[in-house]
Write a protein that binds this ligand. Sequence first.
Ligand code: NAD
Length: 308
Amino acid sequence: EPLDRLCVHESTDEKVPIGAFVDALSDLPVPVEVVGDDDAVGEGDAVATYRPRDWFVDAGWVHCLRAGYDEFDTDRYAAAGTPLTNSTGIHDTTVGELVAGYMLTLARRLHVYRDHQNRREWYDPPYEQPFTVDGEMVCVVGLGTIGRGVADRARGLGMDVVGVRRSGAPVDGVSTVYSPAELHAAIDDARFVVLAVPQTPETEGMFSRPEFEEMRDDAYLVNVARGPVVDEAALVDALEAGTIAGAGLDVFETEPLPEDSPLWGFEEVLVSPHEGSTTNQYHSDLAVLVEEIFHQYQSDASLRNRVA
Ligand code: NAD
């Protein structure tokens, strides 16, 4: 049955201005309507949404406006025969730049200078602290859209890029690709370890005490994946003990990060509020992807980013 309406769930407004997103979809040949939790959908409806709702499964097609679809029950979609698609493939530049920013900030000490600026203090750092990322090794764990976006930018900054990939197969511009079983060998020489894997049963708790022990004591952990990929209590212990030097974190076990979390208090930890993908063009990036998949659905083609 062809689609005759696109429903944009109100949760979309958590991430992008919903009006701008609806406007960006105005080329679609069907009406685009905002729906809330008192509405219902049927076979002729497509749904674009940030958060899952049980009743979406009655639609003809559901699109998750996030790359990480871990909140969606894929088994239910598969059982109902309702295709579910996600928003992977569009975060290479946005999240890649965030990671480049973390690495440059930590290496060139911008975070420390800003802290002193807030107190109007002209400050000389200890001579041994600033370094260039040029010539340093970064290990990118997960070489999908984001991982490759990070690798490209890191290479542009003169870094030696190694990585971890499920298949262990080579990737252009990555000097050594390891398999997940070789994780410890992959991370033990790196100055930065960047997590860009989805949250799955295999990746939950992938970084815990043994991994922090394996990392260099002057290494930084960057997590732009999902909070549960890291054992946060073990991370706090490693930071307190100096097992690793610091971290750049966009995602957390509990979001928003609770006010009493020790992670707020470390000078060498950068906390960003899960905004890795957010720019003033994000509504348009998402709309282009939704339009592409909409047309695939209408012409019975296979759907890009189908996850169930
Ligand atoms: P993607 O699907 O393009 O890439 C994920 C890659 O990880 C794939 O290549 C996959 O094979 C690999 N992978 C899976 N399990 C692995 C394992 N055990 N070891 C090594 N590699 C493994 O997705 P993406 O767009 O790059 O996004 C990755 C994740 O980042 C998302 O699932 C989401 O959770 C998160 N994300 C965060 C933000 C943010 O704002 N911080 C934005 C978008 C996505």
